[in-house]
Write a protein that binds this ligand. Structure first.
Ligand code: SF4
Length: 242
């Protein structure tokens, strides 16, 4: 695996200077991480902040949410257009109380059994709350891996075995939770979907991205012969911002 050791420190260094600050990034409490992730589903983080803060103030722990009335929870989820997800809030804490006596398990497979907790949320809890590596892959992280390693995979990248395997390796960092926050921001701001800001990227020198070549004011695609040259890195020149 190429340059694995350089990725984490470089992205974390970038994050320490440029990263965003959210209330759920100041806690390791798995309950709060779960609530934040439920709310962040298809919703902008900035929109989630006030709702999350009020929710945590009212329901600061598993037990308090367990005691809550369904209609009260719906008032919060309705703010985010997540009315249909309110059952995740209720069913997850019911399960945690019943199966784990209110304490989150530090095991990926056990976390996955909790209603509403999918692969991504389980991975987020493992890395942030329990400081353990897990393959945390969303579409942004998958796109970054595909580009950086020049994999040229198509389709639903976050489901590809090779991407998941590399993600798991990436999160074997001394502080996987910090790395998660860092790569979330890095892939949203620098290695972004349409036109990545390669000229501002701390990984630009070793990136194997063969999918697009960034030139002045335009994107050109490499031909087949160029693509075949393993490890070929195309010159990235100044580009206009999006
Ligand atoms: S150099 Fe460009 S494509 Fe490669 S990781 Fe950085 S932003 Fe993404």
């Amino acid at each position: 695996m190429i340059n694995m050791v350089r990725i984490q420190p470089n992205i974390v260094k970038w994050y320490r200077i440029n990263g965003r600050d959210f209330p759920w990034r100041h806690t390791k409490d798995p309950y709060k991480i779960m609530i934040a992730e439920f709310m962040l589903h298809r919703t902008k983080a900035e929109q989630v902040v006030p709702v999350y803060s009020k929710f945590i103030e009212k329901y600061p722990c598993v037990k308090s949410l367990f005691m809550a009335k369904g209609n009260d929870i719906k008032k919060f989820t309705a703010h985010l257009g997540l009315h249909w997800r309110s059952r995740h809030f209720i069913e997850s804490v019911r399960y945690i109380i019943k199966k784990f006596d209110g304490k989150f398990p530090d095991d990926y497979d056990e976390l996955r059994k909790i209603p509403g907790i999918g692969e991504y949320i389980a991975g987020a809890i493992m890395t942030v709350s329990f400081n353990k590596p897990a393959p945390v892959v969303d579409s942004n992280i998958a796109r970054f891996i595909n580009r950086y390693y020049g994999l040229n995979l198509d389709g639903e990248l976050r489901r590809k075995r090779e991407i998941i395997r590399i993600a798991y390796e990436l999160f074997k960092y001394k502080n996987p939770g910090l790395f998660l926050f860092a790569i979330i921001d890095f892939t949203a701001v620098i290695c972004k979907p349409r036109i990545p800001l390669c000229q501002n990227c701390p990984l630009e020198k070793e990136c194997e991205n063969t999918e697009i070549t960034l030139c002045k004011n335009k994107i050109t695609r490499p031909n087949q012969q160029q693509k075949k040259q393993e490890g070929k890195k195309y010159q990235k020149l100044e580009m206009d911002s999006e």
